[in-house]
Design a protein around this ligand. Structure first.
Ligand SMILES: Nc1ncnc2c1ncn2[C@@H]1O[C@H](COP(=O)(O)OP(=O)(O)OP(=O)(O)O)[C@@H](O)[C@H]1O
Ligand SMILES: [Mg+2]
Length: 395
């Protein structure tokens, strides 16, 4: 079993006036058998976090624990990479081009001088599990990207690691095989009962695999939580965007008799009762805010549907016009405009809507999010930050 803990870990590269802080004061815990995600944009510090866990880097300050034992602390590695029992799939898979798939998978076992019979058994077991038996005799240059990725996963698993680290493992794969690659990894982790971590900038990877995740931005851990919690209760606009799509409307909010009036652009103006809008109450009358609405919390009514009744859960935001709509797995992705708002707004529809169609826009009342002008949520939920200084991070 393995549980990982980071305690106030900072990692800087370079010296003197050329110091680059890649990870700043990060604390988090990954429980035994958890599938933990790390999500953030390019350069956020994701790979650095994995390299620290793998023992390929030492933290400049702070401590890293495996099962309550210190493995690295304040610039010193106490348990080296070989002693940590980790399988890692690197961002570029890093397969040996001159070796066959079999030899790539067997490589860590040969390095351990395991008997040939055992190696063969292990490689074949993993190749069966990941469905690549037919390519074992071929070199990486002669197999598909999806197969290379599975060879890399098999190699990472060959040593029976107690921890599997995956660094953007699907970024070089076609959209069509990404889903099957994700479900394969998910079932392998389940079957082998190991702790796993995945780094990605793609929310789809995080949602399909991770139970819990950390959102990192500029080396700072902004929020840690269950994936659905990050989605529904983001600390900031950065988090909301990292974990999914969100429409953001700069607005002004007014308070009146237990109601809020929200205005955006020329055309958005609606009232909502204080109970439905789950703010933390620290909103001033006339305050500038940013209204955040997830695509799935919008419903579009066309002229025919406009007379139909909708329940109290929805509020009429404004009228607008469809810009374009496209098809994506069973639903139509619709981009529309509303007068006086320069941004496109994104949602989905069960029916195709052609460009220019006038629409009436409804929004689910208690799913609206509000952020202050710094981009920090002013909603009534609490978040876990992982020790970083949040306000600084949001700027
Ligand atoms: N060995 C190094 N020397 C100097 N700077 C480094 C080193 N490794 C990483 N960095 C810097 O630290 C920051 C974080 O890098 P890291 O590779 O962890 O980002 P990442 O989140 O994995 O990005 P990507 O999504 O592009 O892979 C970057 O600014 C990077 O340039
Ligand atoms: Mg990286």
């Amino acid at each position: 079993m393995v549980k990982i803990e980071f305690e106030n870990v900072t990692k800087s590269f370079g010296r003197k006036n050329r110091v680059k802080v890649a990870v700043r004061d990060v604390s988090f815990e990954v429980k035994h058998k958890d599938f933990f995600g790390i999500i953030g944009s390019s350069g956020a510090g994701k790979t650095t976090l994995l390299r620290l866990i793998a023992g390929l880097e030492a933290p400049t300050t702070g401590s890293i624990y495996f099962d309550d034992e210190v493995v690295a602390e304040d610039g010193k590695i106490k348990v080296p990479a070989e002693g940590r029992n980790i399988g890692m799939v690197f961002q570029n898979w890093a397969l040996y081009p001159h070796l066959t798939s079999f030899e790539n998978i067997a490589f860590p076992l040969r390095a351990r001088k395991q008997p040939a019979e055992e190696i063969k058994k292990k490689v074949e077991f993993l190749a069966e599990l990941l469905d690549i038996k037919e390519v074992l005799g071929r070199r990486p240059g002669n197999i598909s990207g999806g197969q290379q990725q599975r060879v890399a996963v098999c190699r990472a698993l060959s040593k029976d690691p107690s921890l599997l680290l995956l660094d953007e493992p699907f970024s070089n794969l076609d959209a069509t095989i990404k889903d099957s690659a994700r479900s394969l990894i998910r079932s392998v982790q389940n079957e082998l009962e190991i702790t796993a971590m995945i780094v990605s900038h793609d929310p789809a990877d995080i949602f399909s695999l991770a139970h819990n995740a950390l959102v990192i931005s500029n080396g700072i851990s902004i929020q840690i939580g269950k994936t659905e919690e990050l989605y529904n209760n983001p600390y900031s606009i950065d988090v909301a965007r990292a974990i999914g799509e969100i429409n953001l409307l700069p607005s002004t909010i007014f308070r009146k008799d237990g109601q809020y009036l929200i205005r955006a652009g020329d055309s958005v103006s609606f009232s909502i009762d204080a109970e439905s809008l789950r703010t933390d109450g620290r909103i001033e009358d006339g305050q500038k805010v940013i209204l955040g609405i997830r695509p799935e919390d919008i419903r579009l009514l066309t002229k025919q549907g406009r007379e139909s009744r909708y329940s109290d859960e929805w509020v009429h935001l404004c009228d607008g016009t469809v810009n374009i709509s496209g098809y994506s797995v069973g639903v139509f992705r619709v981009i529309f405009n509303v007068p006086g708002i320069s941004k496109d707004i994104v949602t989905t529809s069960e029916v195709p809507l052609s460009g220019g169609t006038p629409i009436s826009v409804l929004v689910k009342k208690n799913e609206m999010l509000l952020f202050n002008s710094e981009g920090v949520s002013v909603m009534n939920y609490e978040v876990t930050s992982g020790g970083s200084r949040l306000v600084e991070a949001s700027k």
